[in-house]
Design a protein around this ligand. Structure first.
Ligand code: ADP
Ligand code: MG
Length: 427
């Protein structure tokens, strides 16, 4: 692959947005990335790690704050002429037919009407939409709508097809089918692009599709790892090599990166170890499930049982490991001694255990408990913490951090929160 021509190159790319507190929110930092002819690259990262922002800078839809993006050696000034985008939300014009939606980008590029029609028909045929040319988006299923999304991008014959979580709004079966079709098109002769870059938060999807997976870490978004997939197509999800790659990527995603220190929860600040946004009920549910299967369970099995994607369980698993209720090794979850005690205890005892764990190991809860202890009358306005959090998080996330800390601390009876006065109080 190294010999292949570089189509898009990001160098030392950084992006920041104006933050809520009048400061800058750094979203991407030091990204070096090359997309080459002949490859499918997956950008894998959790929600909020900056995947969409990175993809949009590669497309030239937003300008970098530092560093550069080049297309075939030329630095971008505005939209990247060698790309077309497929969106999670399909982004179709509801008042236009399939045919007109597909022609839209060609019209913008001043292609003559007759050629527009011909090329659109060919793209519609390629992606399996023939017969639906005059249908409107609302008459189509989600899967068919996303086919229109693909046709609209492919008709432009871009060097690089950019896709932002194109399958995540579809049901599992439809997504699986469309992924399969995309791969067989890619492997065939008629696919009109030289490279594909697909954003996903789904590990299995990344391993299914990509030649190379680039893992993004958050706060600010940075490259964590690059993993060559090297499996033959079509790929067998049940094969040991597939599973080994999923595990390896899982380790990268959960921050077990060699050489990068994640501070221990007991020592970290609230911004260095954000609270995973999960409820106490969800946490207790996860530990109960692991408890019910003898204290150990495989993550993919739990996900399968609950009809979740593995990724949906990440925040719960993160929270449970942060609080030392569970350990995770590769894909296996195991209850800790504390975790066993927590699941087996009656409600009062489980509250006590939970209180001790969050006070020691949830940095924001610890911060609140300490601040309340040193306050005049055991009362503090929640806004005080919100202002502090806004220095490290975008404002919706700051609110979410505080809400999670309130939920956890209340359950453990460490403090109470009065919605009317906005006060946190020692009970
Ligand atoms: P992902 O696609 O990985 O979920 P995004 O790239 O959408 O992540 O967002 C990364 C971070 O950048 C988030 O915290 C988000 O709130 C912030 N962000 C994205 N776009 C903007 C914007 N236009 N203004 C301010 N903040 C933004
Ligand atoms: Mg996104």
């Amino acid at each position: 692959m190294m010999g292949k021509e570089i189509l898009i190159e990001a160098a030392a790319l950084g992006k920041s947005f104006p933050g809520a507190a009048g400061d800058e929110l750094q979203v991407l930092e030091g990204i070096d990335l090359q997309l080459r002819a002949g490859e499918i690259v997956a950008l894998l990262g959790r929600s909020g790690s900056g995947k969409s922002t990175l993809l949009r800078t590669l497309a030239g839809l937003i300008a970098p704050s530092s560093g550069s993006v080049r297309y075939r050696g030329t630095e971008l000034r505005g939209a990247n002429p060698g790309t077309a985008m497929v969106f999670q939300s399909f982004a179709l014009m509801p008042w236009l037919t399939v045919q007109d939606n597909v022609e839209l980008g060609l019209a913008a590029r001043q292609v003559a009407p007759r050629e527009r029609t011909e090329r659109a028909l060919a793209a519609i045929d390629l992606i399996g939409l023939d017969g639906f040319e005059s249908a409107y988006p609302k008459e189509l299923s989600g899967g068919m709508r996303q086919r229109v999304g693909f046709a609209r991008a492919l008709v432009l014959e871009p060097d690089v097809l950019l896709m932002d979580e194109p399958f995540s709004a579809l049901d599992v079966l439809t997504a699986e089918n469309l992924r399969g079709e995309l791969i067989s098109l890619w492997s065939g002769e008629r696919f009109p692009t030289k490279a594909v870059c697909v954003v996903t938060h789904n590990i299995e999807e990344a391993v299914q599709l990509a030649d190379r997976v680039v893992v993004l870490g958050a706060n600010p978004g940075h490259l964590v790892a690059e993993v060559e997939i090297g499996l033959e197509r079509p790929r067998d999800k049940k094969s040991p090599r597939f599973a080994a790659l999923v595990e390896r990527l899982y380790d990268h995603l959960t921050g077990r990166e060699p050489g990068v220190d994640v501070p221990e929860p007991a020592e970290a600040t609230p911004t260095a170890r954000p609270l995973p946004p999960v409820s106490v009920g969800g946490l207790a549910g996860l530990t109960e499930i692991v408890g019910a299967s003898g204290g150990r369970a495989e993550l993919p099995d739990i996900a399968g049982e609950l009809n979740f994607e593995i990724d949906d369980l990440f925040p719960l698993v993160d929270a449970a490991t942060m609080l030392d209720l569970l350990t995770v090794d590769g894909g296996e979850l195991a209850l800790t001694t504390t975790g066993k005690e927590f699941t087996g205890a009656d409600i009062q005892r489980s509250k006590e255990i939970f209180a001790a764990q969050v006070r020691d190991r949830a940095p924001l809860v610890r911060t609140i408990v300490r601040a309340l202890a040193s306050s005049q009358n055991g009362k503090l306005r929640a806004d005080f913490f919100l202002d502090l959090l806004r220095r490290g998080f975008p404002s919706t996330e700051a609110r979410q951090q505080l809400d999670t800390a309130i939920d956890w601390g209340r359950y453990g009876e460490l403090y109470d929160y009065d919605t009317d006065s906005g006060q946190l109080t020692v009970p």
